[in-house]
Write a protein that binds this ligand. Structure first.
Ligand SMILES: [Zn+2]
Length: 309
């Protein structure tokens, strides 16, 4: 779960569609062979459980789906190098605080020169899992005597089933350029063999970061759209590709296309059972692998890269 203050990007995706990534995807600065290191980041971990369902915690469900995802990606694409930010129930890097854990995840992704960052989470609608109480004011009653006599509210409680379900893919906020630019230079700098890459005051470094950032944003939006299409095809409800108003630390700090996939709501009883089941996890994994396959095909189908062969 991540805090929900969102701007929906579905319209943005449609607006971008025909020119930016539909039939004519943006040229990537990556060469074809460089889509090879995939960072998989199971959300939360250790002291940070994420959201609670009735029968499970987000950190465990995210880890289980992430490990299966890595395995499935490796089987489908043996040439890929898969790097996990954690494979057990720990805060990555065994860091004592959340920001430290996030910094560790981003550093690992950047140092590993990841070509794609996949962050796996489960969602919460902010209410209790399963069902929640609705208190309604029925009337006031008079209590006490003399000077202590006063009115007190009387409530009735009814129970409502928590029905919020669905999937969403988050991408970073495009106007927060500088942190992403710095991360891009840190992730790509060594590959470019250029010391100025680490110095964001250099005009060349800034320009290069902006160029990469545009491509990475378009590619993240493309992958997010493909993931949500696959979920929809499997009969899941889709909230589309979404941005959070104040940004998402780990997506800002990774210098590569990066998405955060909310695989469903643990606060809905049926969706929680689905996300904990073998069938549900396998389906989520299959959907993400299919989206990755389509994403890879799009990136590799670029006209400029065909000529370079
Ligand atoms: Zn989460």
């Amino acid at each position: 779960m991540i805090k929900k203050t969102t701007t929906f990007l579905a319209l943005c995706a449609i607006a971008f569609g025909s020119s930016s990534f539909d039939n004519n995807p943006p040229k990537s600065p990556l060469k074809k062979s460089q889509l090879r290191t995939i960072i998989i980041d199971p959300g939360h971990g250790g002291f940070d459980p994420g959201t609670h369902g009735l029968i499970s915690k987000e950190k465990n469900v995210a880890l289980s789906i992430s490990l299966k995802l890595g395995k499935a990606l490796q089987q489908a694409f043996p040439e890929l190098k898969i790097i996990y930010t954690r494979t057990t129930d720990i805060m990555p890097g065994n860091r004592p605080t959340l920001p430290e854990g996030i910094r560790y995840r981003a550093e690992l992704a950047n140092k590993s020169h990841g070509d794609l960052f996949l962050c796996i989470h489960c969602n919460s609608d902010g209410r209790d899992a399963g069902r929640y109480a609705i208190r309604t004011l029925v009337r006031y009653k008079t209590v006490g005597r003399g000077r202590k006599k006063h009115q007190e509210p009387v409530y009735s409680t009814t129970w409502a089933k928590n029905t919020t379900v669905g999937t969403a893919t988050y991408i970073w906020k495009a106007d927060r350029n500088l942190p992403k630019g710095e991360a891009i230079n840190s992730a790509r700098g060594e590959n470019l063999g250029d010391n100025s890459a680490f110095d964001m005051t250099s005009p060349e470094a800034r320009m290069r970061a902006q160029l990469y950032e545009k491509k990475y944003f378009a590619n993240s939006l493309l992958l997010g759209t493909l993931v949500q299409n696959e979920f929809r095809r499997s009969g899941r409800r889709s909230e589309g590709v979404v941005q959070r108003q104040i940004g998402i630390g780990v997506l800002q700090a990774t210098g590569m296309p990066s998405v955060l996939i909310e695989t469903g709501y643990l606060t809905n009883k049926e969706e929680e059972i689905y996300l904990n089941s073998k069938k549900g996890q396998n389906e989520v994994v299959k959907d993400i692998v299919n989206a990755f396959r389509a994403y890879k095909t799009r990136l590799e189908a670029k006209p400029d890269e065909k000529h370079n062969k």
